[in-house]
Design a protein around this ligand. Structure first.
Ligand code: GAP
Length: 478
């Protein structure tokens, strides 16, 4: 079976590499742990995720505006936010083989929970090194996840800066400037999409935990006391959004953090979780952070970050609800969800999926069937929306007609042009890319001005007038 629960990550990674979704970073030099590159299809997929988020969180709302802040900020930002002192994971070393682990993950993998004390962390008894089996491990100690660099020509403590570990702080420190220019009143939000960097101790599960990744964060500023209702609102909104990009509700879950596990300033935190092949894991966290961040930046900068409500004459530090999502994790969830291996009736590409069976790994392909791998992306995120093929590449009139149709469609959608190989092979290539529709131009196109439109999932083909094609695609790809 190839449903998400049994999909093997190495099988997915092989497809992603073969088809140009994801490549290991700097692969010709042997790669570098925790860093990934997105190929032609992967970069379109990520772009579609960002666009869908920006459309729904910023453009279609009256009460959210966007911002784009620099990755490197004044180092005091990270003192104020608490990252310099506290943005750390517990790390342990195996004294025997010298391998290094994140202590909480190590305990979880062995069915235990890391013990938290007032002064730090203690390993539960019996935890062993997964590499060599030794139980001779160091006690956990804090490892700060921020990458450091220096600005200017002198490399010393005075020039130290950090690569941002989250995009959120850029929003908080520009709160006053946005407020002065965006003509917004509370409640309103500021959104940002951008790179974040964390020197994770153990990057793992393919791209799931990387050292460079992308966040989509919203800081939604509210009147103190309205935290509970706005938190609930955003949890519901965000959960709905995931289904709008094609993740099924049955694979999505909410993890409500118990009060005792919340940061001292937070009143609630709920994570949106997805059933990955390696278990149920976080896609997004939605936190009610009180007025912690604005208060800290006001204190460290000496500039008040208040809001004056002209209707009620109240002056207050706004509270904030923060939905914070990761683009790369969403891309990975979409890839896992889309992947299917099927057995389809041989040589009958227009027989429709009634004849397709979900493949069972290890079992022989049934007689008169052949395997097909298909990425069933929701049209909203599919990297290529439509592929256009002239039936034969050596018939100039077919090629010219098809090219005209292709040029017309590409004004609105990301399209793919393919002239080589048998039509069945071209369909298979688009199935692996996850292209929802293929349009074939044949001799009937020249005489009757119609094309065949082939549906990726049902594999059914229908004949459509060229004059209706654009409208049909608009309707189906909406
Ligand atoms: N400003 C709040 C914040 O950064 P977070 O839970 O640390 O909260 C938010 O991160 C989201 O960023 C996560 O839900 C996840 O999607 C993504 N993320 C965090 N660390 C990541 C990593 N190492 N690799 C990939 N994505 C990551």
């Amino acid at each position: 079976m190839t449903e998400a629960g049994t999909l093997k990550l190495d099988v997915l990674a092989a497809l992603c590499k073969r088809r140009g979704f994801i490549f290991p970073n700097s692969e010709i030099y042997g790669g570098i742990n925790g860093f990934w590159d997105y190929g032609p299809l992967g970069s379109e997929l990520k772009r579609n995720i960002r666009e869908a988020w920006w459309q729904d969180v910023v453009r279609r709302r009256d009460d959210v505006v966007g911002i784009d802040t620099a990755i490197i900020m004044h180092p005091k930002v990270w003192e104020a936010s608490g990252h310099v002192a506290g943005f750390a994971d517990p790390m342990v070393d195996c004294k025997s083989c010298k391998k290094r682990y994140r202590a909480d993950n190590l305990c979880e993998d062995q069915g235990q929970e890391l013990v938290r004390t007032d002064t730090g962390f203690v390993l539960p008894a019996g935890i062993s090194c997964p590499a060599c089996g030794s139980k001779d491990l160091t006690e956990p100690r804090a490892f700060n996840l921020m990458f450091e660099s220096n600005t200017g020509p002198v490399k010393d403590d005075s020039s130290r800066v950090y690569l941002r570990p989250e995009t959120a702080q850029g929003i908080f420190v520009q709160f006053d400037n946005v407020l002065a220019t965006a003509r917004q009143k509370i409640p309103f939000g500021i959104a940002q999409v951008g790179k974040a960097f964390r020197n994770e101790i153990n990057p793992r599960n393919y791209t799931f935990r990387s050292r460079e990744f992308e966040q989509m964060e919203l800081e939604f500023f509210i009147k103190p006391g309205t935290d509970t209702e706005w938190h609930k609102y955003w949890v519901e909104e965000r959960l709905k959004w995931y289904t709008s990009i094609g993740l099924p509700s049955s694979s999505l879950h909410l993890d409500v953090h118990p009060k005792e596990k919340l940061a001292h300033y937070a009143s609630a935190c709920t994570d949106v979780m997805y059933d990955f092949p390696f278990g149920r894991q976080e896609l997004e966290g939605i936190a009610a952070r009180g007025c912690f961040d604005l208060t800290q930046h006001a204190k460290f900068s000496g500039k008040p970050l208040n809001y004056f409500d002209q209707e009620t004459n109240e002056n207050f530090v706004p509270h904030v609800i923060e939905p914070s999502a990761g683009v790369d994790r969403i891309a990975l969830a979409l890839l896992c969800n889309a992947y299917r291996e099927e057995w389809v009736p041989k040589g009958k590409d227009d027989s429709g999926s009634a004849g397709a069976i979900l493949a069972e790994p290890g079992k022989p392909v049934p007689e008169a069937h052949e395997p097909r791998t298909v990425m069933r992306f929701h049209p909203r995120v599919a990297p290529v929306k439509v592929a256009v093929f002239p039936l034969l590449k050596n018939k100039p009139e077919l090629v010219a007609k098809a090219r005209g149709i292709f040029e017309d469609l590409r004004t609105d959608w990301s399209c793919f042009w393919d002239v080589t190989g048998a039509i069945g092979r071209r369909y298979r290539r688009q199935d692996e890319a996850g292209t929802p529709y293929c349009v074939t131009v044949d001799f009937d196109t020249l005489s009757a001005d119609t094309v065949t439109v082939r549906d990726r999932d049902s594999m059914k083909q229908e004949r459509i007038a060229v004059s209706e094609l654009h409208d049909l695609m608009r309707e189906r790809l909406r």
